[in-house]
Design a protein around this ligand. Structure first.
Ligand SMILES: [Zn+2]
Length: 123
C-alpha cells in the first residue's frame, strides 16, 4: 500500500477533528442560548434543544475519528522508510529545542508529543 494514502488520510482526519471541535463549541453556544432564553419549566423546549445530547454524539464521533487517525499513524510508522533530519522547534518566541523527525512522515522517535507538535506546526 502506498504510504501517501495514509498520510493524506491522516490529514483528512485532522480536518474532520477540527470541524467536529467547531461543532462541539457550537453545541456549547446553543446550550448557553437555551439556558438564557428558555424557562426551566418549559420541559418540551428544554428536551428538544438539549445541546448536551448533540455534544455527546459528536464527542463520540470525534473519538472514532481519533481512533482511525491512530490506525493510520501506525501504518505510516511501520511502512515508512524513515529519513530522519535534525531541526529546531520553537518552545517560546525566543527559545527553541533540537528535534529529530522523519522528513517523509514526520515521525519523531524521541517523543510522541514532539511528533504531534511538528505535525500541528506543519499543518
Ligand atoms: Zn517516516
Amino acid at each position: 500500500m502506498d504510504i501517501n494514502y495514509f498520510l493524506l488520510l491522516q490529514k483528512k482526519y485532522d480536518e474532520m477533528i477540527e470541524n467536529i471541535n467547531s461543532i462541539i463549541d457550537t453545541c456549547d453556544d446553543i446550550g448557553v442560548l437555551t439556558d438564557e432564553f428558555v424557562l426551566p419549566q418549559d420541559k418540551s423546549l428544554c428536551t428538544i434543544f438539549n445541546s448536551q445530547v448533540d455534544k455527546d454524539f459528536f464527542i463520540e464521533k470525534k473519538k472514532h475519528i481519533l481512533h482511525l487517525k491512530n490506525i493510520c499513524k501506525q501504518y505510516i510508522q511501520n511502512a515508512c522508510c524513515h529519513e530522519f533530519v535534525e531541526d529546531f522547534i520553537d518552545i517560546t518566541p525566543d527559545k527553541s529545542q533540537p528535534v529529530t523527525y522523519c522528513k517523509l512522515c514526520e515521525y519523531c522517535p524521541s517523543s510522541l508529543s514532539n511528533f504531534e507538535h511538528i505535525y500541528t506546526k506543519r499543518g
